[in-house]
Write a protein that binds this ligand. Structure first.
Ligand SMILES: *Cc1c(COP(=O)(O)O)cnc(C)c1O
Length: 366
């Protein structure tokens, strides 16, 4: 039996053909017209005024924070349940992440816990829409406004996910996406910042291009760096954007098929998900014997991945924090195979293996 990967990239002749055409046309490879087109497509799709693409999702957050004037020693509220990049994005320039617990049914930042974590040095809040879901993000926006916090949405897992019909990433002062391999669309590495704020957008553009206002000239009024994209990636990204409607449909169908069959199983939990609004990049389940199930599936040629450790417990931070919901999700969470190429028969095979495991578990307990 073939092994089912947890995730794998999905390209076809369209990307290959577009790349060949681009190279034949004498493109300069670095960011230029294709990059602008890719940015425009993202802005249009999300409904945002500006889109700026960068090297990756992590740097996108760093740039948004820097452009917003966040400094070393400032505190940034981040959810304790996320990919560690959310915390590291500000750490890069010396800002301090403060870990906040998450809501049990969305795994997104809990507003009451955020309120408790607020101190005078708190200058920003990063909200992660975990697997495309979110809580009452409008309340989070009001909270940030009331406390004069820069509101950044780490929407890395939420490209093509919406709340009340509005694309995630658009509730914050800025929102960021990642186009790393496992995400809904990929350019190998890659990230994007969306914002409706003209000034913020202009600052981010300068920051990512050595501090200059125009390419090709070596006149620099401000300090900047090099976090530019490449047209080579943009060519791939544009082709991936063309296929986005089918990708969204397939990702949702994959999740729904798993959900329909796994929901009735007592000792497996899935989070409430409105599949008309949410496009889960991965399929996440929660159970007590997570390692035993992962081993069981692995023996049957089914690859899975443990959900993130609570960030405050990671060796890189190792600080004390009271985040029982994040710790619970870390202990019980598992990502199931979720790639776009996954076939319905394969989902059924995975579900069957999970049911067998649950059956064995309930029998041995008796
Ligand atoms: C993938 C991811 C990132 C990191 O994005 P990169 O493009 O790999 O830098 C950050 N935050 C979350 C929530 C992610 O899922």
């Amino acid at each position: 039996m073939n092994t089912i990967p947890q995730i794998e990239p999905f390209f076809d002749e369209q990307e290959a053909k577009a790349l060949y055409e681009y190279m034949k046309s004498g493109g300069w490879a670095t960011e230029f017209k294709k990059t602008r087109e890719f940015e425009e497509r993202i802005a249009q799709f999300t409904g945002s005024k500006h889109c700026i693409v960068t090297n990756n999702g992590t740097i996108s957050m760093t740039l948004a924070l820097l452009a917003a004037g966040i400094n070393a020693k400032d505190e940034i509220l981040v959810p304790d349940m996320t990919m560690i990049a959310t915390a590291n994005a500000g750490k890069l320039f010396g800002a301090e992440p403060v870990f906040v617990d998450v809501e049990p049914d969305t795994l997104c930042m809990d507003l009451e816990s955020a309120r408790c974590a607020l101190t005078p040095p708190t200058k920003a809040l990063i909200y992660v829409s975990f697997n495309g879901r979110c809580g009452d993000i409008e309340a989070v926006r009001s909270f940030c406004k009331n406390h004069k916090l820069f509101f950044l949405e780490d929407a890395a897992q939420s490209f093509s996910s919406f709340y009340k019909g509005v694309h995630l990433g658009r509730f914050g002062d800025a929102g960021t996406f990642s186009f790393s391999m496992p995400k809904i669309i990929t350019t190998g590495q890659g990230g994007a910042i969306i914002t409706d704020n003209d000034e913020l957008a202009a600052k981010i553009r300068r920051l990512k291009d050595f501090g200059r206002t125009r390419g090709g000239k070596d006149i620099h009024d401000t300090i900047g760096y090099n976090f530019k994209f490449t047209d080579i990636q943009a060519v791939i990204g544009i082709e991936q954007m063309k296929k986005l409607p089918q990708r969204i449909e397939r990702k949702r169908a994959i999740y729904a098929r798993y959900e329909q069959q796994l929901q009735p199983i007592d000792n497996i939990q899935m989070l409430p998900t409105d599949i008309r609004q949410t496009t889960p990049w991965f399929v996440d389940i929660y159970l007590d014997e997570v390692d035993a199930l992962a081993r069981w599936l692995n023996e049957k040629g089914i690859a899975t991945r443990r959900i993130y450790p609570a960030v405050h417990t990671q060796q890189a931070y190792r600080i004390s924090a009271r985040c029982p919901n994040a710790e619970g999700a870390a202990r019980r969470g598992l990502w199931l195979p979720s790639s776009l190429q996954l076939k319905d028969e394969e989902i059924d095979r995975i579900v069957e293996a999970i049911i067998d495991f649950s059956y064995l578990k309930t029998r041995t307990k008796r």
